[in-house]
Ligand binder design. Structure first.
Ligand SMILES: NC(=O)c1ccc[n+]([C@@H]2O[C@H](COP(=O)([O-])OP(=O)(O)OC[C@H]3O[C@@H](n4cnc5c(N)ncnc54)[C@H](O)[C@@H]3O)[C@@H](O)[C@H]2O)c1
Length: 332
């Protein structure tokens, strides 16, 4: 039986990861201040509650103020100020800068307590890749390969990411590399592309477009030109990849989590409308931010570890739309 620590375990990714690890029989510790997370009472089944130790506190304060730690076989560091880009990354980037404090405190704590930690996973992001490779100016769909951002030696180049959030993830990956190389802790960094699922906050694009499609809005609007693409990955496949990565990689390298499939927001809207059985006009909202133009993974490394995504984009969208419909019905 493993004891596992998950920081930010009450967030979208964390909730799914906690449930997966509990289903494997592990004991799980969660540290989460519920800044954007949901209290475990809202999503954890009664039968699992005895296996979960939940601490509702700011991770920075909790790590700094406690010295008596049990042994953790695996530590997943997910806690971060994220929010859909309209909420924080665009409106209040300096708020997101607090992630720098969270990550620095986390890796300092890990190094100080290295005898009590088996393996570490740091959640970076596709946004850490250089923006010039993901921009319109790049002139095509360039699949991000892990070697485009390799911070484990001092020979590579660092490209400028698209936002402060990306910069902080680059910094976090650097700290992860130092933790692995200098202090000998097994660490992996994962770079998820666009994770989505039924219980994701409505400030994220997939649930918000799904809500508009369920309401059969016509025109059905999408942000920016609508031609910008993302590599969407369903949350169950996402957390499977996290577990594979932490158990198979230990030298601090980054690994992509994405299907290797670029889908534009216009295509997302079209597919959702098709699933809902109507044909609206798809209308781009040029005044809304579109972010990077192409965000596409090369998933060769994670697939070489045995990752086999179970959900196509259509299958994932069907699940999201069904849940939104159910929630709407229950709210009436
Ligand atoms: N969802 C995705 O597709 C995606 C893609 C790339 C990277 N990521 C990364 O995965 C991680 C989880 O993302 P998510 O989508 O679940 O976001 P989320 O906002 O749902 O989860 C983040 C969690 O961290 C908690 N938190 C924030 N500040 C904290 C603090 N100071 N102390 C303790 N807890 C704190 C929040 O309350 C929340 O529960 C983040 O590091 C994010 O950058 C997610």
């Amino acid at each position: 039986m493993k004891r596992i620590l998950i920081t930010g375990g009450c967030g979208f990714v964390g909730r799914h990861l906690v449930n997966k690890l509990l289903s494997e029989g592990s004991d799980v510790w969660i540290i989460d201040n519920l800044f954007s997370g949901k209290h475990p009472d809202a999503w954890l089944s009664e039968s699992y509650k005895p296996k979960v130790h939940f601490v509702q506190e700011n991770l920075v304060e909790f790590l700094n103020n406690n010295s008596d730690w049990p042994y953790f076989d695996e530590v997943y560091h997910l806690a971060a100020v994220v929010g859909g880009r309209a909420v924080l990354i665009e409106q209040n980037p300096m708020f997101v800068a607090y992630d720098q404090v969270i990550d620095s405190t986390f890796f300092s704590w890990a190094v100080k307590n290295k005898e009590k930690i088996g393996r570490i996973l740091y959640v970076s992001s596709s946004v850490a890749y250089p923006n010039k490779l993901q921009s319109r100016e790049a002139g095509g769909q360039i699949a991000m390969k892990e070697e485009f951002l390799d911070l484990r030696n001092n020979l590579g180049e660092v490209g400028i990411p698209e936002s402060i959030y990306g910069w902080i993830k680059v910094n976090g990956e650097y700290l992860a590399g130092v933790t692995a190389k200098k202090y000998g802790l097994p660490v992996v960094c994962v770079r998820p592309f666009s994770g989505y699922g039924e219980d994701q906050d409505l400030s994220y694009p997939i649930p918000s477009i799904a809500l508009r499609a369920v309401k059969r809005e016509d025109p059905l609007v999408v942000w920016g030109s609508g031609n910008q693409t993302r590599d969407f990955v369903y949350i169950d496949d996402f957390v499977d990849a996290l577990c594979l990565a932490i158990r198979n990689i230990s030298d601090g390298r980054g690994v992509n989590i994405g299907l290797g499939q670029a889908t534009s927001f216009k295509e997302v809207a079209r597919l959702m409308a098709e699933i809902e059985g109507y044909s609206p006009k798809i209308q781009p909202l040029a005044e809304k931010v579109e972010g990077s133009f192409t965000v596409l993974a090369d998933p060769a490394l994670i697939k070489s570890l045995g990752w086999k995504p179970k959900y196509s984009i259509k299958e994932g969208f069907v699940k999201v739309l069904a849940k939104i419909k159910l929630d709407l019905k229950n709210s009436r």
